[in-house]
Design a protein around this ligand. Structure first.
Ligand SMILES: [Zn+2]
Length: 88
């Protein structure tokens, strides 16, 4: 069994991953992190597929955030939570 992965809500700092995502600094996504949280800097891929661009400074963990503003991440995280529940 691998390390337990927990969802972490984070936002991108620096430049956006792509030109279409101009709200990159506002939108928060979900990343799966091993217990201790995100490494710093973190250039992992969010569960919706969003990832920092070449000029980005990576992800910054959002303390106190309960849900991502990215609707795709929110949907995927909700489904994963249900699957985890079902496995218990
Ligand atoms: Zn997302």
């Amino acid at each position: 069994m691998g390390a337990l992965l927990l969802p972490v809500i984070a936002r991108l700092v620096g430049r956006c991953a792509n030109g279409a995502e101009r709200d990159g600094g506002i939108r928060s996504h979900v990343l799966m992190a091993e217990g201790l949280g995100l490494p710093s800097p973190c250039y992992a891929t969010a569960i919706c597929g969003a990832k920092p661009g070449r000029l980005s400074n990576g992800w910054e963990e959002l303390d106190g955030a309960e849900r991502p503003t990215c609707s795709r991440c929110e949907r995927i995280a909700a489904r994963q939570a249900r699957e985890l529940e079902a496995r218990r």
